[in-house]
Design a protein around this ligand. Sequence first.
Ligand SMILES: Cc1cc2nc3c(=O)[nH]c(=O)nc-3n(C[C@H](O)[C@H](O)[C@H](O)COP(=O)(O)OP(=O)(O)OC[C@H]3O[C@@H](n4cnc5c(N)ncnc54)[C@H](O)[C@@H]3O)c2cc1C
Length: 559
Amino acid sequence: MTVLRMNQIRLRPGEGTELLGSRIARMLKEAPSEIVDVRIVKESIDARNKKDVRFVYTADFRVKNEKRILKKAEKLRLNVKPSPEDFYRPPRSGYEGTGNYEGLRPVVIGSGPCGMFAGLLLAEAGLKPLILEKGKKVEERSADVERFWKSGELDPRSNVQFGEGGAGTFSDGKLTTGINDPRIAKVNEEFVEAGASETIQYRHMPHIGTDVLRKVVRNIREKIESLGGSYLFGTEVTGLRTEKGRLTGLELEKGEILDCRHAVLAIGNSARDTFEMLYENGIEMTPKPFSAGVRIEHPQELINFSQYGETNDSEGRLSAAAYKLSCHCRETGRGVYTFCMCPGGYVIGAASEKEGEVTNGMSRFAREGENANSALLVSVSPEDCFRETGLEHPLAGMEFQRMLERAAFELGGGDYSAPVETVGHFLGRPDTEASVNPTYRPGVKWTEIRKCLPSFITDAMTEALPQLARKLRGFDLDGAVLTAVETRSSSPVRITRDEEMQSVSLKGLYPCGEGAGYAGGIMSSAVDGLKAAEEIIRDLSDGSSSDQVHDEEGLAARS
Ligand SMILES: Cc1cc2nc3c(=O)[nH]c(=O)nc-3n(C[C@H](O)[C@H](O)[C@H](O)COP(=O)(O)OP(=O)(O)OC[C@H]3O[C@@H](n4cnc5c(N)ncnc54)[C@H](O)[C@@H]3O)c2cc1C
C-alpha cells in the first residue's frame, strides 16, 4: 500500500479529526473503507470568513491502488501526491551504540534548545558529549524562578534566562519558525518522545507549554545520559585555551582547565559575561540589529472575537486565538511588530542581571489564562546603539539593552516591579482605566513608560498602535496594558563562523544558536545545534563514514 498526501481538507470546529478519512473519501468519491491509516501532517485555521471558521488539514493516508486514486484526483482537481519521504539522516560517526569512543569528549557550552539538541545528536553518535551549564538543573531552577516571581529575590546564576533548558524553559514553548529544514521533524519527534503533545507535529502554530516543557527538558537530559553523555551544572566557562588558532581547552570558573578540541558554543543571547570574555579573547563578532520595546496585554476574549467572530465552537476545539502583526512606520521610518505572542498567557519577569528589569511572556499548554500578551517591538540598528551608548563597539547593543533594563528597574521602584501604563494613557488619554489585571510578577508600578525608553522607540510605538489596530480590531484598546521593557528578543551580536560552523578566529569553537546570532527561537536554535553536532561528528568519525573530514593539521581529528 502506498502513502499519499492530500491538502485542503476542511472541517468545521464542531467536527472531530476522526472524520478526516471519510472526508477524504467523500472528496475523492471513494468508499470510506478505501482510505486507511490517516495521519495528520498539518493543521491550520482559516479564519478569513468570521462566520465560517474552518480547520484546514494536510493528511497522509494509505490506499490499495495508488495509480487509480492519483488519476481520479487529477480529474477532480484535487491536490493529491505520493507522500514525500523527507527523513532526516545525520552523518554517522562509526561509534554509534558501541561505547568504544576514547577520544577527547566534545563539549557543549549551554543547555538551552541549541545545546540540548547538539548534545543529543553527539550522544546518539556515541561521542559521549559533556554538557556544561552555568545554571542549575530544571527542578532546582524552577524553585529559584518561582522565588523571584514571588519576592523579587534574583539569583543571577539561576533565573528565566540561565539554567537547564535555557531561555525557553519558562515560555509558551511555541515552535513556530521561519525556517524550513528536515531536522525540524527530528526535533519534534524528540520533544514528543520526551512528553510533549503529538499535536506539535502537525499544528500550524504548535506549542509545548511551560508546564510540559520542564518535564520534556528533564527527559531529554536523561536520554542524553543514557547514551553516554553527561552534564556539569553550576559550571561556567570563563576562558579559552588556544594553540595556533585551534581550541585546546576551556577555563572553568573554579580555575580548572578542561582539555577540549571541539566545543559547541550555545550560550544564548543573555550571556553578557561570556560575550565579553570571547571579545577579549579576540573571537570575531559583529554588532547585529535587534529589537526592543514592551509587552502588550489584552483580554483574551477580545482577541478571540477579533479572530474568530461569533463562530459556533460548541466542542471547544478553537483554542485561545493568536495574532502576529507588523507595520512599517512612515514618519519614524521604523519597523514595528508583535513577537512571541502568548494566548491565555502571563507576562513574566525575565531578569538575569542585578538592577535590570526585563519582561517576556509564557503560557501553559492549556493556554487558559484570561489575558493575551505579546511583545511589541521596534527595530534597533547598531547605529542606534552607538548613538545611545556613545560606544562604537561590537557589544554596544548589549550595553544599550542593559541601559534600558536599568532605567526600567529604577522606574519600577528598584524591586524588580515593572513599569506599566495603559495604551490610552500612553497615547495621551490620562483618564483611561485598565481593561486587564497586569499579570507581571513580582509586581507592577503604574507610571509613564516613556521615562525608561528612548523617544525613537516610543515615537514608533505611538505611530504603530493605530496602524496595527487596522489589522487586528481592538489592538489599540485604551485599557490594554503596556509593560516595560522587552529587550532580549534576539542577540545584539553575531559571532562570525565559517562554512563548517567554526569561529573564523578559532578552529574547534562552534558558535551557534540564538546567542551567536544564527537562530531566533526554540526550533531554529535546536536545528542549529543539530547542524553543529553534524559537523563535529564528521570531524570525529572513525573513518568508516564516507564523508570523513580531516582537521587543518591533516590528522583525523580524534585527538
Ligand atoms: C520567557 C521566554 C519565553 C520565550 N518564549 C519562546 C517561545 O514561546 N518560542 C520560541 O521559539 N522562543 C521563545 N523564547 C526564545 C527562546 O527561548 C530562545 O530563542 C532559545 O532558548 C535560544 O536557545 P539557545 O540554546 O540558543 O540559548 P538559551 O536557551 O539562551 O540557552 C543558553 C544556555 O547557556 C548557558 N550559558 C551561558 N553562558 C554560559 C557559560 N559561559 N558557561 C556555561 N553555560 C552558559 C545559559 O545558562 C543558558 O542555559 C523565549 C524566551 C524567553 C526568555
